[in-house]
Design a protein around this ligand. Structure first.
Ligand code: SF4
Length: 363
């Protein structure tokens, strides 16, 4: 029996579902999960089907591949055309459609685009291939930022000058503030990202109940975790409370991981950042600190085409929780995981891909 089997126990899940059904909600509610890992787990374990009609789940901007804006992909494609350049990337990003083409299509036309499992592997490649300029595409949230900070620090320490990062790292708080400040947004509870909160700590999200009166709960990634989190949110609403609670106590601490926070702050600094579906959000990104500019690929001059979205793609509305994937006319027809028209159909953490793979009745 694995350590996680209790968190997947069907009897436990059904028991919590019965408790959720007994909560006296004053109105139908919509809870948003803001972690792509949660989105994938919710659809994989069909948790929607276990909830009463009064409790709806919607996906938010928590898939790092999905929220990476087209102009970042376009810049990476343009850099890939330069002589001696190797683009190093995580697997999913390579298939995200840019304005004209994806990195996979650039590779098919001769560009050197390679997939690495970690930024440390890409750094090792750079050390053993001094004739190449290796540019690592740095996307992700706080959780990824700490591992990338460690790689960047190792590149600086070892003086590996043929390694750099093109950085589109994002932080979650300002994106949530932008989302909840928009008119017409109706979210009654927030399933907070367990991995991000492991790094940041819980206080980062105190502003959500304080400024917007929206209950929050940090969640683990197994079905029992998510059902317990939904129960916690329902009970906050029943009791007319709004606070940040912690379901994921086996991992998440109140003050997060100070060592990881210090490493991120040493290598990166806050910056304005474009998000797919949101536009530019002030202070929602991480840029490489100026003292490490020699490792910042943003300084490499390159001509980038004007960014444009695929006609009909509604990823932006999916990422803001405004529509469900099946509401996009392209879903499952012109847009499939094999032929994605938008980023949300690419990553396993994207809402469109999750619905396509696991929620057949929603197609
Ligand atoms: S179905 Fe495809 S085109 Fe439509 S929103 Fe999802 S990813 Fe974008």
């Amino acid at each position: 029996m694995s350590a996680l089997s209790g968190y997947r126990d069907a009897e436990n899940v059904r028991r919590i579902a019965a408790q959720i059904a007994q909560v006296e909600l004053p109105r139908p509610v919509r809870f948003m999960e803001v972690c792509g890992g949660h989105t994938a787990a919710i659809y994989r374990f069909a948790l929607h089907d276990l909830l009463p009609d009064a409790v709806r789940l919607v996906s938010g901007p928590g898939c790092p591949v999905c929220v990476t804006a087209n102009d970042f992909v376009d810049r990476a494609v343009a850099l890939a055309q330069l002589p001696d350049v190797t683009i190093a990337t995580f697997g999913d990003l390579i298939r995200v459609p840019g304005s004209s083409r994806s990195l996979a299509e650039a590779r098919a036309r001769g560009a050197d685009v390679r997939v690495f499992y970690s930024s440390a592997d890409a750094l090792e490649f750079a050390k053993t291939h001094p004739e190449r300029r290796v540019i690592f595409l740095a996307i992700g949230f706080e959780t990824t930022a700490c591992t990338l900070a460690a790689t960047l620090a190792a590149a600086v320490q070892s003086g590996t000058r043929n390694f750099s990062m093109l950085c589109a790292l994002k932080t979650m708080p300002e994106a949530l503030r932008t989302l909840f400040s928009a008119p017409g947004v109706q979210i009654d509870g927030l399933i907070l990202p367990g991995h991000v909160t492991t790094v940041t700590g819980m206080a980062e999200f105190d502003f959500v109940p304080r400024e917007f009166r929206i209950p929050c709960a940090v969640s683990g990634f197994e079905p029992v975790d998510l059902m317990e989190t939904i129960l916690m949110l329902c009970r906050q609403i029943e009791q007319k409370r709004a606070a940040v609670e912690n379901q994921y106590t086996r991992v998440v601490r109140q003050d997060g991981n100070p060592h990881a926070q210090a490493l991120i702050a040493k290598m990166f600094e806050p910056c304005d950042m474009p998000w797919r579906g949101f536009g530019d959000i002030p202070q929602s990104g991480l840029a490489i600190r100026k003292e490490f500019a020699a490792w910042d690929a943003a300084a490499i001059p390159v001509e980038v085409e004007p960014a444009r979205e695929h006609p009909g793609c509604r990823c932006g509305e999916v990422l803001r929780g405004m529509i469900r994937p099946k509401d996009c006319a392209l879903f499952g027809k012109a847009c499939t995981p094999e032929q994605p028209r938008g980023a949300c159909m690419v990553s396993s953490e994207g809402a469109c891909a999750a619905v396509y793979h696991f929620a057949a009745e929603e197609r």
